[in-house]
Design a protein around this ligand. Sequence first.
Ligand code: CTP
Length: 398
Amino acid sequence: MTERRVLLVIGGGIAAYKSLELIRLLAKSGVRTRAIVTNAASHFVTPLSVGSLTEDKVYGDLFSLTDEAEMGHIQLSRSADLVVVAPATADLMAKVAHGLANDLASTALLATDKPVLMAPAMNVRMWLNAATQRNRARLAADGVQFIGPDDGAMACGEFGPGRMAEPQAIHDAILAFYDQRAIGQPLAGRKVLVTAGPTLEQIDPVRFISNRSSGKQGFAIAEALARLGAHVRLVSGPVALADPFGVDIVRVESAEQMLAACEAALPADAAVCVAAVADWRPESTASKKIKKGADGPPPISLSENPDILATLSKKKSKRPRLVVGFAAETNDVEAHAKQKLAKKGCDWIVANDVSGDVMGGDSNQVMIIRADGVERWPEMAKTAVAGKLAAEIAAALA
Ligand code: CTP
């Protein structure tokens, strides 16, 4: 096997210290890292500590004559299989989105002919700022892949999206890149339907029933399938995630709308039902806001929602060749998941234990249940689960 090499651009943010851990994890997995440390980043991590982990020279100044003599910035940008920007600051994202090149990091990013993966990290307001979101969308349209940012408490004391993805998750995404490169685009010409997110069932104009699904796992699966060449139709309930790159997305609210959008997406070669569809909806939706009255809380009668997975699995015509469901369980995971496989009539169930912080979190431990047995996967980033599942789907459809 040829040596696997990543060019890591370390941007100037407090999360820069996490890049040291990333380099260490990559080294353990046999991936060599060469690093560019921006001027701003060198205030957070020293080139010396970066260099002792990469066991290589650390690149920093565009106009250093010795660097140019030993390795020009053009060559540097192409000497790796993948360019990873972690942390990707708002400034670096803006530069790359606009094609600016006034230091070594931005010049290498402009000159590279290799795929680029960015792990943004910044204050929540900076991330949500229209300019940053515009730059993110521009970069995604240009083919840059993103991991994170995560939600959480930030070094600046605020809370929200902006924390850099954990080093382990970035590491897993890099390994998934290599896995995918090894298998190419086996799903070219195939159409896959994916459902994701929660559904929202309206009680009255301002109230609804829903659940804690973030949509992250479903979005990651849609993206992973698209990277393998599939034409992906993603039907998503309301989530706070940007459109995944290269995926045809339809956003819906209720289970009934989700089912209709799925039916409209057929025929498909495979369907992956990741959505946490609300099991029940209010029997009727009040047209005006329900007021508090002297009689206490109003009774809300519920009707059962259509089961999208079972409907797709049991279709007489246009049944996708492979139907995959998920099972969210808090106890007796394997037993319940096996029952679900039989009851719903799908081909595989991906079962996970949601008693911890899986919902909304970034990692997941799953088992795959098929008629002929159970396969347990170790705990991985949701993006890595997505990559591995996409590869198995490709193998099953081959
Ligand atoms: N599912 C669906 N439509 C529904 C309910 C569930 O398509 N109305 C799908 C989910 O997308 C998932 C699988 O069925 O792939 C299992 O969902 P889960 O919530 O684990 O199970 P339920 O069928 O809702 O059963 P229970 O709540 O009793 O565990």
